[in-house]
Design a binder for this molecule. Structure first.
Ligand code: SF4
Ligand code: SF4
Length: 294
């Protein structure tokens, strides 16, 4: 059995499989008749690294960026949360201007790949993913009629894909593994989906979570590591991937404090007791109201 996923493109077409050395005919430039046509009908799925680059470019926190510039969607039948770039009501990307993309230097992965699609596959019993490529040919895109031939590898080099591919790879693997575990375990609890959302997209909220006393009481990390997380996004994002693997798949790569488990049980007991008291008080108040009416 083969598991596969596809980010950033979803397409109804069944395209020919291409490799890095395959040659394509394509050129996109400002003078082309369809300039900006693709950005005016944008359906852009964002990756965690896209969010980092864009929120940095716009000088916003990840939480504000998510609110202002994204819309949520479900990536699979288990409700795994994904985000897309917000568009105006006609479907145009909010970053497109007459001059082109206003965030070009930090444009998302999907915009860089277009019109090349890519697909990662993992064969049963094999730990390495295979990546295959395909060409998306849409009628509005005249770039395919331009007289320029180059390999997929050359095209991806022009688009400076390498950093994006590196920083997205581990996250894509987590998605793939979560999907393969999906149907047999049923829909994951809401808290687990929210945890995936926070670790994946909301780096500033994740930072507050990691720097909280609760977290420090649970995990055994050096002060210098917390200092790095305070100031840098990328190491924190990588740590988020590690933490997701630990929480979702039981990998034990982040050391936990010896008494963490018993402390957590103690804390939970306090919470349960507090809830029980609130429920008793609520019931008592209902009874009192009833007697008053009688
Ligand atoms: S981010 Fe830039 S390249 Fe991507 S759809 Fe928007 S305007 Fe176009
Ligand atoms: S050539 Fe294709 S990618 Fe370039 S602007 Fe036109 S529609 Fe967009």
């Amino acid at each position: 059995m083969k598991e596969e996923f596809e980010v950033p493109f979803r397409s109804d077409m069944v395209p020919a499989k291409l490799e890095l050395g395959s040659r394509i005919q394509f050129r996109c430039h400002k003078g082309i008749s369809c300039f900006n046509a693709c950005c005016k009908q944008a359906d852009i799925t964002l990756t965690p690294y896209d969010v980092l680059r864009l929120k940095e470019h716009l000088g916003m926190s990840s939480t504000d960026f998510l609110k202002a510039h994204t819309v949520p969607f479900q990536m699979d039948q288990d409700g795994l949360p994904g985000i897309k770039l917000r568009t105006d009501e006609d479907g145009a990307c909010l970053f497109v201007t007459e001059e082109g993309c206003s965030v070009y230097k930090d444009r998302p992965t999907a915009c860089r790949y277009y019109p090349v699609g890519h697909m990662a596959m993992r064969r049963a019993g094999v730990s390495e993913d295979e990546t295959h490529y395909f060409l998306v040919t849409e009628a509005h895109c005249k770039g395919h009629e331009e007289e320029r031939e180059l390999t997929i590898q050359e095209y991806l080099g022009e688009q400076e894909i390498a950093a994006y591919a590196n920083h997205n790879r581990e996250w894509l693997q987590i998605m793939l593994k979560k999907r393969s575990a999906g149907p047999s375990v049923g829909r994951p609890p809401e808290s687990s989906l929210q945890f995936f959302f926070m670790c994946s997209y909301d780096i500033d909220r994740f930072r507050r979570f990691v720097l909280s006393d609760n977290f420090r009481n649970t995990y055994d990390l050096e002060d210098a590591v917390y200092k790095t997380f305070e100031n840098e996004d990328l190491p924190l994002l990588q740590f988020g991937y590690k933490l997701m693997r630990q929480v979702f798949f039981g990998e034990r790569s982040i050391p936990e404090k010896d008494d963490a488990w018993s402390k957590r049980v103690e804390e939970r007991q306090e919470v349960w007791e507090a809830r029980r008291q609130i429920e008793i008080a609520r019931k008592q108040q209902e009874e009192d109201e009833r007697y008053k009416k009688v």
